[in-house]
Design a protein around this ligand. Structure first.
Ligand SMILES: NC(=O)c1ccc[n+]([C@@H]2O[C@H](COP(=O)([O-])OP(=O)(O)OC[C@H]3O[C@@H](n4cnc5c(N)ncnc54)[C@H](O)[C@@H]3O)[C@@H](O)[C@H]2O)c1
Length: 269
């Protein structure tokens, strides 16, 4: 018996990094996982890793910046598996630039990838999370079980970070909307929480070479490590473990919070 047996989860950005580790962890806990990504090959690979370990997963390519694609993603989860219990809004990206050089396209791209994806995916899920719970409350006086929404903020939004005006705007908004959604959806037994990862080893934080789209300079990586109380950079599984807790019945009385997953990073908790 797993604590997520009979639960259906959708994870955005599940093809790589933290999203992939989250898909694998939710599946290990018993959930059926819809692995969403904009990129086909990594999503398919995550799903294959789950099925080869004996779990159930389905890759679905969609860019949830587009509302129609978000609806198609959620509709696929329903048509394939019949219900929806967990939405993990993990998709996100960075395009770092010092503020004086920022422009509208870079601002919009990062806001869209980190905030609009969560807005659209969560909105598309409402008929299956909120309306289903509402019908259960009408029939039985309470929802059958708690349903879970997890969003992804960042330690950058807790501390501020040079070069990340766009990213901290989006990730700060994630913290705020987590509180708002928790208040709106609590009466339906839907818990809404966020994780705020610190410095986690993925392509977003890999040592950046000249011309790379993602990554950060090696000296900043070393500085970040020096600020982490537990003395190491984080792994995607460190975040996945906390998300799995927030997706599980173990957190049924936790809502509206953003959990820093930082190894005790100075200034970011
Ligand atoms: N790595 C870190 O240190 C760190 C720290 C704080 C927050 N985060 C956040 O954690 C989340 C995962 O980051 P990661 O480090 O694993 O990055 P990653 O780049 O390794 O993985 C992100 C995945 O999301 C996908 N994606 C991007 N935009 C998408 C969209 N519009 N629709 C669907 N999929 C999309 C990408 O294709 C990629 O596979 C992001 O929200 C990121 O901002 C990461």
């Amino acid at each position: 018996m797993g604590r997520l047996d009979n639960r259906v989860a959708v994870v955005t950005g599940g093809g790589r990094g933290i999203g992939r580790a989250t898909c694998i962890r939710l599946a290990a806990d018993g959930a059926v996982v819809v692995v969403n990504d904009i990129d086909d090959a990594p999503a398919t690979e995550t799903a294959a890793l789950i099925t080869s370990a004996g779990g159930r997963a389905l890759p679905v390519v969609a860019n949830t910046v587009d509302m129609a694609q978000a609806r198609a993603l959620i509709d696929t989860a329903i048509s394939e598996f019949g219900s929806l219990d967990i939405v993990v809004n993990n998709a996100g990206t960075t395009r770092d630039k010092m503020f004086h050089g920022l422009d509208d396209p870079l601002f919009d791209l990062v806001m869209d990838a980190n905030l609009k994806t969560a807005f659209h995916t969560t909105l598309a899920a409402m008929p299956y999370l909120r309306d289903t719970a509402k019908a259960e409350i009408k029939q039985n006086g309470r929802p059958d079980h708690h349903r879970k929404i997890v969003l992804t903020s960042s330690v950058a939004a807790l501390m501020g970070n040079p070069g990340q005006f766009n990213y901290t705007a989006a990730k700060g908004a994630v913290i705020a909307v987590t509180k708002t959604l928790a208040r709106e959806l609590g009466p339906f037994g839907i818990n809404v929480n966020a994780v705020a990862p610190g410095f986690i080893e993925t392509r977003l934080t890999a040592a950046k070479q000249q011309g790379d789209t993602y990554g950060i300079p090696e000296e900043m990586r070393m500085m970040a490590r020096a600020m982490i109380a537990l003395g190491r950079l984080g792994e995607p599984e460190d975040v996945a473990n906390v998300t799995a807790f927030l997706a599980s019945p173990d957190s049924d009385f936790v809502s509206g919070v953003t959990v820093p997953v930082t190894g005790g990073q100075l200034g970011g908790m």
